[in-house]
Design a protein. Sequence first.
Length: 538
Amino acid sequence: MTDPLLSIRDLTIALPKGADRRYAVEDVSYDVERGEIMCVVGESGSGKSMAANALMGLLPKGVRATHGEVIFDGQNLLTLTEKQHRRLRGLRIGMIFQEPMTALNPLMRVGAQIAEVFEAHGQYSAKERQARALALLEEVGIPQPDKAIRAYPFQLSGGQRQRVMIAMALALEPELLIADEPTTALDVTTQAQILELIRDLQQRRGMAVMFITHDFGVVAEVASRVCVMREGRIVELGSADEVLNHPQHAYTRALIEAIPSNLIPQAQSPRQQAPLLEVRDLNKVFRSRGGLFKPAREVVALRDVSFQLAPGETVGIVGESGSGKSTLGRCVVRLERPDSGTLLLSGTDFSALNKSELRRQRWRVQMIFQDPYASLNPRTRVGYAIAQGPMANGVSRRDAMKQAGELLDLVGLGAVAVDRFPHEFSGGQRQRIGIARALALNPELIVADEAVSALDVSIQAQILELLEDLKQKLSLSLLFITHDLRVAAQICDRIIVMQHGRIVEQGSAEAVFLSPQEAYTKQLLDAIPGRATELASA
């Protein structure tokens, strides 16, 4: 056997004082062979990304490798200076970051950012750099690459931005590609395209790939071998077949079992009650003014959208990025005002309320946002964040804070959490805080906008179970917005499929999953990992 391209040996990375544990990574050892895809799997905080940051020389301030070696092609990367690391990055080791919008420069055109990779290593003339940037955009499958090369990151979709990141990582044809959660929060069809692209490029270029993920569904699609990490340590290491089909460690089994696998929803009895929410012919167009160098633009976000939601029902709104599902949710909550159409909530036209009327009625519809950290004030203790809604509606501070503690108990965090700040909680715990805040006004309807999309599968399963439990206890109605049809199958009574601002299909979850009528719905379902196997065994 040849020597591995990358060999991590007894790596230990210390966290600064005051962290929740002493080491981010402790005594970790594994190899990445030439031409293979090694998947490193684990929940948030498992240390899977920290090892990758160490070999790239990108450890956060105050975090340092205290023991071990990271050998790349015979060289210990932990001993390199920053200048030596800069020569290595991109040229021999490329990295795709999890969130392309934060990794890309918002003030630079896409072509210039790719060309900058060549410029940093002194390669090619300016004209040749642009030509190679265009060729890379073509290789990673971006539509109309001649236009995309002149675009800014915000003008591209999430999937297109991720393809730009892949193009930058591959620009100098590295021997090792590190992909750090490159498909998290992407819709199911875009995720399938990105996975296929990485697998295809890896085979054509003969690269080694270190693929970091929390999703075993992704592992099943791409992995040659699998390393499972928990709290900084490796708990299981082996071939993809061994780990997926014969897991030895209880933690590995728990992660696999947490993947939503029942893609055939249970049949539900039709509800005969009058609708709680009735949406009729809703339309919304976003317009931007033209300027000296750019034309005016119109984006049709919603077009003639109509549906109903019964008391106690969960309706799933599914579709790819840009389908209009989040705009629909924001219109229902009245964070956006529709251009036309009606939103009837128990007979009240929410779309017609003026500001003072809306303020009095806002308690009836609340929202769980996709990113709870961004939606919580980092300087406000969570108890007060939950109490603000009731206090704004006339509840005394004392009673509102008492209720906040009760709600934190209800969502499984305990009343002691009222005095802590958002940064002191994990992602899953912050999402529970978001749920508690949405419940604080005892609403009739909750809109959950991608509430579990960026969570680990085990935390995702806990949040879905919590929502279902609260729905039964409190007789809640849910409008559940998601791009993940596996999640929709777990929790929704009915499914609405959206594309380009229109509803293309709606019906019971069972009917939509087993007998989709529209080609677009079939395309979404076909992109779900494991669906063919699920249907074959049904």
